[in-house]
Design a protein around this ligand. Structure first.
Ligand code: ADP
Ligand code: MG
Length: 708
């Protein structure tokens, strides 16, 4: 059984121990099973050639069949080859690698098929490092579509070319396919109209035709997404079925006192979300809820009211923020909201002085402290609660999915106290990143989602402009006018990291020098904040700006979250094309918080591409965070949305992408729900395959309740 699947790839013809070691090192492939699950990332239709005269520059990949006219060694590391196709149209092929070898085979008169991305360089059409094939060779494919596999320089140097990989796949498949057994129950296959696994594996490598490839992709993607959803949702169903949550039936005096004293009425959306949370807390199951709301939508108030419910039932609450600055600001705001109540609140961060820290820890342990606000410091073992009932995690996307789960495994929050509750605390995760629905489903399949989709009244729209380098002088003139009218200005630089993954601050420091030259003392005061400063310097500068003593704050994205300076009505973002749209949207949410009309100026660099300009223009047109996030994900892929790197998923998605495969994801999720509704523990023999596969793949389950 499974003999072939477990065979090492070194036993394939023409591989051997050396190449096998290389394949394992470079691609992590060890067995034939690994190999046949290593899929092409795109396909070339070998039957379609583009005439050189029909090539539009800067388009996708094309394939041309052409004859070598002339080869020229420009330098030992630069080979230029002029080729001509059947219509006598010419273009240049350029090689900077494998120069010697390519020079030898590119003898004038030889005909090749070149595949690559065309571009125009100095007015001439060329292709850099095309894939080169000899026409008519191949014959490995079933149809005309040939899979192209991800590769590395070392692999190519070690002789493992695309063609060699194809040959290996061919042999591996013919040995393994008879052993392949279905991983999905019949009922699931039928309901989702999926093709069998063996057919899918065959056709993902060697598609019979475009239709077969489509079927294969659909089957394999759906399977990935289904197991992902099962692994995420199973937790939720199991929890719902057996795990007890802390029951919090009361609202309590503190809630009412705070609510009555609010200087404003809650928005409809805030009221709805508070009701949802109240129902969760009273329900007897552990709450795991994600609260999404655009910057400025008033999430803090919702968090405070939720904490007060916990307190009204005799429990404590904690609020965890990703940065010290944000924790402090939360602490200050929350303390203000708590003034009409008798609830005690404290701040605990890495820089809390020892004596104060000791007092906070003691008050947490004996229960006299109701709410603690802090950073990662809250996760340390020394932090013990008398009775933690609710944990609020703010702006959690900044933690990164991976990092967060590591944090949660790291240590229990408040255990080992004799009369502490046995049940895990409720968890409320808040994020300002308007995560598109499909991505939220992928990342937080086990969380319920609440959305604040309404802004508090009176918020002014932020007028957003895109400006090129030639507008710099005009931009400075505009800033002088605004400052003269009493406004303050943010100037934000992209965060750049050097090789050691340290924030490189030369960029923002150079910017600061220029701004100080343009806005000299004594008329102007300029503050600077970045990640490499000592905390006291950062706080000093931040405070100078928050209190209105500095006119301009030059910074990196450290100001992204939380900072509330109502008098700052202008934001300039330098090198705007280097940011994600969602990040820009969050940044501009820092202005428009006061009475002034506010604006955001996106300064683009000299080399900003047309695509980037289009992306940035979308931001000028709309202030809808969800629309922006969807567009961002479509254009850049989910991996680029901050903190949502796919590596953080409990299941590696090889083929499926939440950005592109939204519909398949919905289908898979609905199916996973149907299965778990009926059989939450997957104990039904009909679900045996699913249970076994889930276990086999060791889909590490990220359990958000394990913060307890
Ligand atoms: P978020 O954390 O969602 O970005 P905040 O909770 O910081 O937003 O709220 C932004 C601002 O809006 C704060 O100054 C807050 O006092 C104010 N605010 C919150 N809710 C309301 C409301 N219902 N009406 C008016 N102002 C509100
Ligand atoms: Mg906030």
């Amino acid at each position: 059984m499974m003999r072939e699947l477990e065979t090492g790839i070194q036993f394939l013809r023409g591989v051997g121990p050396r190449r096998a070691a290389l394949l394992e090192r470079e691609l992590g492939l060890r067995t034939l099973d690994d190999l046949i699950h290593f899929f092409p990332f795109r396909y070339v239709d070998r039957s379609r050639m583009t005439p050189i005269s029909a090539i539009a520059p800067d388009v996708a990949y094309v394939q041309v069949r052409a004859k070598v006219v002339e080869r020229k060694l420009i330098s030992p590391k630069h080979l230029s080859v002029l080729v001509e196709d059947a219509d006598a149209s010419r273009m240049e092929m350029v090689f900077f690698k494998g120069v010697k070898w390519n020079y030898e085979r590119m003898s004038p008169g030889a005909v090749f098929v070149f595949f690559g991305k065309p571009q125009v360089y100095k007015g001439r059409l060329n292709m850099v490092h095309p894939e080169v094939d000899i026409p008519q060779e191949g014959g490995l494919t079933q149809g005309s579509l040939t899979g192209i596999y991800p590769s590395t320089e070392k692999l190519k140097a070690g002789g493992v070319t695309g063609k060699v990989l194809c040959r290996m796949q061919e042999e591996a498949l013919s040995r393994c396919l008879p052993e392949i057994r279905e991983t999905l129950p019949d009922a699931v296959m039928q309901q989702l109209a999926l093709c069998p696994l063996a057919y899918a594996l065959r056709n993902i490598h060697f598609p019979l035709d475009a239709y077969a490839l489509q079927k294969a992709e659909r089957r394999l993607k759906t399977e990935e997404l289904l197991f992902l959803q099962l692994s995420l949702l199973k937790q939720k169903y199991v929890r719902r079925n057996c795990e007890q949550g802390i029951r919090m039936p009361l609202v309590g005096a503190a809630f009412h006192a705070c609510y009555r004293a609010l200087p404003y009425a809650l928005t409809g959306a805030q009221q709805r979300v508070v009701r949802e949370i109240r129902a969760d807390l009273a329900g007897g199951h552990q709450m795991n809820r994600l609260l999404q709301g655009d910057v400025g939508s008033g999430k803090t108030m919702v968090a405070v009211l939720s904490c007060l419910i916990a307190i009204g039932n005799g429990y404590q609450a904690c609020i965890m923020a990703p940065t010290e600055v944000l924790a402090r600001q939360h602490y200050e705001n929350i303390s203000r909201y708590l003034r009409p109540t008798s609830v005690r609140c404290a701040l605990l961060t890495g820089s809390t002085p020892k004596k104060e820290r000791k007092a906070v820890l003691a008050a947490l342990a004996d229960g006299t402290l109701g709410i603690v606000v802090g950073t990662h410091a809250l996760l340390e073992d020394t932090v013990q609660f008398h009775a933690l009932g609710l944990a609020v995690i703010d702006e959690q996307h900044r933690f990164g999915v991976d990092q967060r789960s590591r944090l949660w495994q790291k240590g229990p929050l408040g255990n080992a106290v004799p009369d502490a509750p046995v049940a895990p605390p409720h968890v409320l995760v808040m994020t300002a990143t308007p995560i598109p629905r499909t991505l939220a489903m992928t990342l937080y399949g086990d969380l319920e989602v609440s959305v604040i989709d309404e802004m508090p009244p009176g918020r002014k729209p932020v007028k957003t402009l895109l400006a090129g380098p030639s507008k710099r002088a005009a931009m400075y003139r505009f800033l002088r006018g605004e400052i003269a009218a009493g406004s303050q200005v943010f100037i934000v630089y992209p965060m750049i990291f050097n090789n050691e993954k340290m924030e490189d601050v030369s960029n923002v420091e150079r910017g600061y020098e220029e701004i100080v030259r343009e806005f000299p003392l004594p008329d102007y005061k300029v503050a600077i904040v970045h990640g490499q400063q000592r905390p006291e310097d950062k706080n000093f500068n931040m405070k100078a700006f928050a209190e209105g003593r500095a006119h301009i704050l030059v910074s990196t994205t450290v100001i992204e979250v939380g900072v509330d300076v109502p008098n700052a009505s202008v934001m300039v973002i330098e090198g705007a094309e280097r940011f994600g749209l969602s990040q820009l949207h969050q940044l501009r949410g820092r202005v428009g918080r006061g009475d002034r009309a506010s604006c955001c100026i996106l300064m683009r660099g000299e080399k900003c591409s047309r695509e980037s300009v289009q992306r940035l223009e979308l931001l000028c047109r709309t202030e809808n965070g969800f629309e922006i996030a969807e567009a961002d994900m479509r254009m850049r892929g989910p991996g680029d949305l901050e903190g949502t790197q796919q590596s953080g998923l409990p299941v590696a998605l090889r083929l499926a992408s939440p950005a592109r495969d939204g519909r398949l994801l919905e289908e898979a999720r609905a199916m996973a729900k149907r299965i778990l509704e009926a059989d939450p523990f997957l104990r039904d023999p009909a679900n045996g395959l699913l249970a076994a596969e889930l276990q086999k793949q060791q889909y590490a389950i990220k359990d958000y309740s394990k913060i307890s």
